[in-house]
Design a protein around this ligand. Structure first.
Ligand SMILES: C[S@@+](CC[C@H](N)C(=O)[O-])C[C@H]1O[C@@H](n2cnc3c(N)ncnc32)[C@H](O)[C@@H]1O
Length: 478
C-alpha cells in the first residue's frame, strides 16, 4: 500500500506540494507477481539499503530538476546548459532550511546554485572541471557596472557595423568540416577573432559566452542523448537516412551566411543586455568559482560551508566533455586530442572515458551484490562494472570531504538520477544515502521528483522495478 501523508514538518516549500510516503510502496509482493529471480534479488537489495529512509513524493519538483524553464529564465538563458536545474529549486531549499551561511556547489556547471545564493544575498563557492562551465558561471554571476553596460552596448553597436571578411580563419577542431557549413565556420571564427580583441576582460568574456552559446544553433549538429547528432540524419520507420550535407545546408541556411551568424550573436547579446539592465540585482557576494576537481575542493576552498547543493554526473555513462566537444575545440579550450583525453580523465568517474586505471578503494556490500547481478553478455561495454565502482568510490571521497568541511547542522542536497545496466538498476539515490550514513550524515529525506523512462529494450525487463528508475533529491544533515 502506498500511504501518503501531508508533509507534516514546518515547510517553506511554498509552491511545492510535498508529501511523505510513509510506507515504501510494496511494489511487487515478491510472491504475488511473477517476477524473475534477478528482479527479486534486486528488490531484496533495495529493501536492505532503504531501511529507515524517509521517502517523500515530490512530484511537484519534477519540472525543476532539469533545464526546461532555464531557456526563459533571465541570466540562466545566456547559455543553454542542458544539464542544469532551476534557480527556483535551490531557492526553495535555501528558504525551507533557513540557510544564512555560505553555499557550495562542487559541480557548479552553469552556476545555478550560485545564482540562487546570489538572489538570496549569500556568499557562494563553485567548482567545475569543465572550463566552459567555469567561464559561463563566472559571466552569469559577474557584477556589471553602469560603465560595463555602456561598453557592452557600444560593442554591440560596433558588431552590427562589421561586415563579412574575405580572410580565411582556421581551427584545430578535426571535425570542423563535417560539423559546419564552410562559410558559417569562417564567420564564427572571424567573429571570435573580433571578440578576442575586446580590451575589457569582463565585456570580452560576456561576448565570448554569447558566441559559444550560438555555436550549436548555427552548426550541422545538435546535442542529443549522450552525444552529438548530425541534423541531416533523420530517423524514418525504415531506419536512419542521411541527406546530402550540401543539400541540407542549402535547405536550412540562408544565402548570406555571415549576416545569419552575426545576427544570431547580436540577438543573443540583446537578450543578455536586457537581462543585465532589468533583471539583474547587484549583490556584494560575488561567487568564487574554481576550475578543478570536486575531489580536491578542499584545496581550493577553506571557508566554512553551511549548505552544499549540487547535481553530480549520473552513473549513466553520460560524458559531459563529449556533449560540449564542439564548443571546447572551437573556443580554443583544447587544441589536440591528447588535451581532450586528459580533460576527460579528470572528470568524475561516470563514463568509460573517465576511467584511466584509477584504483577503487571504497567497497560497499550492497553495490557489489547489485554488480554481481549484471549479465556480462548484455553489457554494451565490459568496463561498465568499473565505471559503477569508480562512481561510488568518487562519491565516497566527495561525501567524506564534505562531511569534514561542512559546518555542524549544515545540509547537503543532491539531485541525482538512477540508472540501469543489463536489466539491473543502480539506485544511486539510496546508495548515496547508504554511503552518507556510513560517513556519519543523518539522511533527512529522499524526495522522489520524477520517474525516468528507459529504452524499450530495458523497459520490459525493468517493469516490476520501475519505481526505482527515478530522479530524486537526497537531503543530508551533518
Ligand atoms: C549535472 S551537471 C551540473 C549542472 C549544474 N547544477 C547547473 O545547474 O548548471 C554536472 C557537472 O559536473 C561537472 N563535473 C564532472 N566531473 C567533475 C569533477 N571531477 N569535478 C568537478 N566537476 C565535475 C561537469 O562538468 C558538469 O558541469
Amino acid at each position: 500500500m502506498n500511504t501518503k501523508y501531508k508533509y507534516k514538518y514546518k515547510t517553506n516549500f511554498d509552491d511545492f506540494e510535498i508529501s511523505l510516503v510513509k510506507e515504501i510502496k510494496d511494489v511487487y509482493s515478491l510472491f504475488e507477481k511473477r517476477i524473475s529471480k534477478i528482479q527479486s534479488e534486486q528488490l531484496k537489495i533495495f529493501r536492505n539499503i532503504e531501511r529507515g529512509l524517509l521517502y517523500f513524493d515530490a512530484n511537484s519538483f519534477s519540472n525543476q530538476v532539469h533545464f526546461q524553464f532555464a531557456f526563459q529564465t533571465p541570466v540562466q538563458r545566456w547559455f543553454p546548459y542542458r544539464e542544469g536545474y532551476s534557480i527556483k529549486l535551490v531557492n526553495s531549499f535555501i528558504k525551507e532550511l533557513g540557510i544564512k551561511g555560505n553555499i557550495f556547489d562542487p559541480f557548479s556547471g552553469s552556476g545555478t546554485t550560485l545564482l540562487s545564493a546570489r538572489h538570496n544575498g549569500l556568499q557562494s563557492f563553485g567548482v567545475d572541471i569543465n572550463p566552459i562551465s567555469v567561464l559561463v558561471s563566472n559571466v552569469e554571476n559577474e557584477q556589471y557596472t553602469n560603465t560595463d553596460i555602456k561598453k557592452i552596448k557600444s560593442n554591440i553597436e560596433r558588431l552590427k557595423k562589421i561586415v563579412k571578411s574575405n580572410e580565411e580563419y582556421h581551427t584545430s577542431f578535426p571535425l570542423a568540416d563535417k560539423v559546419f557549413n564552410k562559410e558559417i565556420l569562417n564567420s564564427l571564427l572571424y567573429l571570435k577573432n573580433i571578440i578576442q580583441k575586446i580590451q575589457e576582460e569582463r565585456v570580452k568574456n560576456l561576448f565570448f559566452v554569447a558566441w559559444l552559446s550560438i555555436i550549436e544553433e548555427v552548426s550541422n549538429i545538435k546535442k542529443e542523448g549522450n552525444g552529438i547528432k548530425y541534423k541531416n540524419r533523420r530517423r524514418t520507420p525504415n531506419g536512419y537516412i542521411r541527406i546530402d550535407k550540401e543539400k541540407w545546408e542549402r535547405q536550412n541556411f540562408p544565402g548570406d551566411k555571415y549576416s545569419y551568424v552575426s545576427n544570431k550573436l547580436i540577438d543573443r547579446l540583446e537578450i543578455i543586455i536586457s537581462d543585465i539592465q532589468f533583471k539583474y540585482g547587484l549583490n556584494e557576494n560575488k561567487p568564487k568559482i574554481y576550475n578543478g576537481s570536486c575531489l580536491q575542493f578542499d584545496e581550493l576552498i577553506s571557508d566554512e560551508i553551511e549548505f552544499t547543493f549540487f547535481s553530480p554526473p549520473y552513473c549513466n555513462c553520460f560524458d559531459y566533455f563529449e556533449i560540449h566537444k564542439v564548443e571546447l575545440w572551437l573556443g580554443d579550450f583544447i587544441y589536440n586530442k591528447e588535451q581532450f583525453k586528459k580533460l576527460r580523465i579528470k572528470g568524475f568517474r561516470s563514463n568509460i572515458n573517465s576511467l584511466d586505471n584509477k584504483p577503487v578503494i571504497f567497497k560497499n556490500e550492497n553495490l557489489e551484490s547489485l554488480i554481481s547481478l549484471f549479465d556480462s553478455n548484455k553489457l554494451w561495454n565490459k568496463k561498465i562494472p568499473t565505471v559503477v565502482r569508480g562512481y561510488f568510490d568518487d562519491t565516497y571521497v566527495l561525501l567524506k570531504k564534505l562531511y569534514l568541511h561542512i559546518k555542524k547542522n549544515g545540509f547537503v542536497g543532491i539531485v541525482v538520477g538512477n540508472s540501469a545496466y543489463s536489466g539491473v538498476i543502480i539506485p544511486t539515490d539510496i546508495l548515496i544515502s547508504d554511503i552518507a550514513r556510513e560517513i556519519g550524515f543523518n539522511v533527512k529525506n529522499v524526495f522522489i521528483t520524477r520517474h525516468l523512462t528507459t529504452s524499450s529494450q530495458q523497459k520490459q525487463k525493468l517493469e516490476p522495478l520501475k519505481d526505482y528508475l527515478r530522479e530524486s533529491i537526497v537531503l543530508l544533515e551533518k
